[in-house]
Design a protein around this ligand. Structure first.
Ligand SMILES: [Zn+2]
Length: 80
């Protein structure tokens, strides 16, 4: 693994690193910083998509997080 291969992978999918990529990031501070920037960019991108999609589809999350606005235990109080 060299820096060029690492950077190329960052452009493709910075969130999924195999063992050799993780090993390189652990040993190369330049690539570790590049990885941080790439992940920060991915998060901003995901947030932007989430905001856009949330306005269209009523807030359903894209990232697989358990999010169920229709069920809130604190609102389960029954009237008497
Ligand atoms: Zn490197």
């Amino acid at each position: 693994m060299n820096c060029r291969s690492f950077r190329r992978h960052l452009l493709i999918d910075p969130r999924h690193l195999d063992a050799s990529l993780r090993d390189h990031a652990a040993r190369c501070s330049f690539c570790a910083q590049a990885l941080e920037r790439a992940l920060a960019f991915e998060r901003r991108l995901a947030d932007a998509v989430q905001q856009e999609y949330g306005q269209v589809a009523g807030g359903e999350r894209l990232d697989g997080a358990d999010h169920d606005p229709g069920h809130n235990p604190s609102h389960d109080q029954r009237s008497v």
